[in-house]
Design a protein around this ligand. Structure first.
Ligand SMILES: Cc1cc2nc3c(=O)[nH]c(=O)nc-3n(C[C@H](O)[C@H](O)[C@H](O)COP(=O)(O)OP(=O)(O)OC[C@H]3O[C@@H](n4cnc5c(N)ncnc54)[C@H](O)[C@@H]3O)c2cc1C
Length: 403
């Protein structure tokens, strides 16, 4: 019987498994997940789950595994893959079990990057990636602190800041960059995020790093910033980006370069596909640009694609390349921020205004081709924009259609 092992039992891994079952794969499917939980959805963890005690964990369960029997898989939860021998096609788990495979899906995602002085984060310092992280942070926010300090104004930090404000807490949001979200947005759009937080009473400090965690006793007192100032807080949250989980592959022949490097069909080696936050591949839609996308939609699309790709590889079949238009959203206060595609060197607001915090801004490359669109509280235009990028439209066409 053919055996397929999926390492990483979260969004991308379960999508791959589901796609393979749907395509008729009736062999043995083994799902290995380091967390003890059945797969669940992460986006609510920084949003409703932190604010609303009524959001119960059952509702976070990912669809295909609400009933885990649906996948007819052999689950290995709370078990970590520690090595891959891709020459012998064997995955080794932390309890010594050797799992032989005919096909392998790697979807081990990413983990929070840590501050050297808070590694691991303890006693009032928190990070947020897993359900267990969110449980701990939610309990700390519910325990009645007055002040929360957030290090890092990326999406996780910004959403945690918004959630803490919604709980009525005093919040300071600190980032070493000149604008929030500087890895994904242009500076002006990032500054609009800063203003959004200021509107809601957050003390936003930009262009200043965190030099240390301030502790006089066992518990945290706040953060010491690189300009010498101190931000007092009973709860400190660190959200400074993520690191792909690839260390367990060091003994394999796979290429690792800030993620596992795959070809344009997500194949990393014969019989091995990769998907989700851990995967890097050249996206033909953007001229073969090497991408590693840390977004929910991508994990869904790439997981499903990778599952079908693996079956094709096992059957000797061919597939089209994986060439999605990336897409993400972030909810902060009453704003839905959506980016379809990617930021480009040209940009133009074609509807609304940044000052109103309700707008559509399109991006293009040097030739005037549309690369993406940023939409604030404009969900319909965001969907249209994604299609326009996928269709290879120009900025001129997008200006007319999205205005
Ligand atoms: C709090 C939060 C909010 C988010 N909000 C948004 C949002 O609003 N919009 C958006 O687009 N995206 C959002 N995201 C991002 C989105 O959730 C991720 O892109 C998505 O979870 C990636 O899925 P994945 O399956 O690739 O990886 P992950 O979800 O990281 O799962 C990887 C799994 O592999 C396991 N694993 C790792 N190493 C091993 C190993 N050696 N052996 C076995 N198992 C292993 C991990 O424990 C984990 O369970 C958010 C993420 C977080 C954390």
């Amino acid at each position: 019987m053919t055996t397929i092992v999926v390492v990483g039992a979260s969004l991308a891994g379960t999508q791959a498994a589901q796609a393979m079952r749907r395509a008729g794969f009736d062999g043995r499917l083994v799902m290995v997940g380091a967390e003890p939980h059945y797969p669940y959805d992460r986006p609510p963890l920084s949003k409703s789950y932190l604010v609303d005690a009524e959001v119960d964990e059952e509702r976070l369960r990912l669809r295909p595994t609400v009933d885990p029997d649906v996948l007819a898989a052999d689950w290995r939860l709370g078990r970590r893959a520690v090595a891959l021998d891709d020459q012998r096609s064997v995955v080794e788990l932390d309890d010594g079990e050797q799992l032989g495979y005919d096909g392998l899906v790697i979807a081990t995602g990413a983990r929070p990057r840590r501050l050297p002085m808070a590694d691991p984060p303890t006693d009032g310092v928190f990070e947020l990636r897993t359900l267990d992280d969110a449980r701990a942070l939610r309990a700390a926010l519910a325990a009645g602190p007055t002040r929360v300090a957030v290090c890092g104004a990326g999406f996780i930090g910004a959403e945690v800041a918004a959630s803490a404000r919604e709980r009525g807490l005093e919040v300071t949001l600190v980032d070493a960059a000149d604008a929030p979200l500087d890895r994904v947005l242009d500076t002006e759009a990032g500054l609009a995020v800063a203003d959004l937080h200021r509107d809601h009473g957050v003390d936003v400090r930009l262009g200043v790093g965190v030099a240390d965690i301030d502790r006089s006793g066992p518990r945290v007192d706040g953060m010491v910033l690189s300009d010498g100032s101190i931000v007092a807080a009973e709860v400190v949250v660190v959200g400074i980006g993520v690191v792909p989980n690839t260390e367990w592959l060091s003994s394999s022949t796979l290429t690792i370069d800030d993620g596992i490097v795959a070809d344009e069909t997500c194949l990393a080696a014969p019989g091995i596909v990769v998907a989700g936050d851990v995967a890097r591949w050249p996206n033909p839609r953007f001229g073969g640009r090497s991408m590693r996308v840390e977004q929910w939609d991508n994990a869904i699309d790439m997981g499903g694609y990778a599952g079908r790709r693996l079956l094709a590889a096992l059957d000797g079949g061919r597939v089209e390349p994986f060439e999605p238009t990336p897409w993400f959203w972030s909810d902060q206060y009453d704003r839905k921020i959506q980016l379809a595609g990617v930021v480009g060197e040209r940009r133009e607001v074609v509807q609304g205004s940044v000052a109103e915090r309700r707008f559509v801004q399109i991006y293009g490359d040097g030739t005037g081709r549309l690369t993406g669109a940023l939409c604030w509280n404009r969900p319909r235009q965001a969907i249209m924009a994604r299609q326009l990028v996928t269709d290879g439209e120009t900025m001129d066409a997008a200006r007319t259609k999205l205005a």
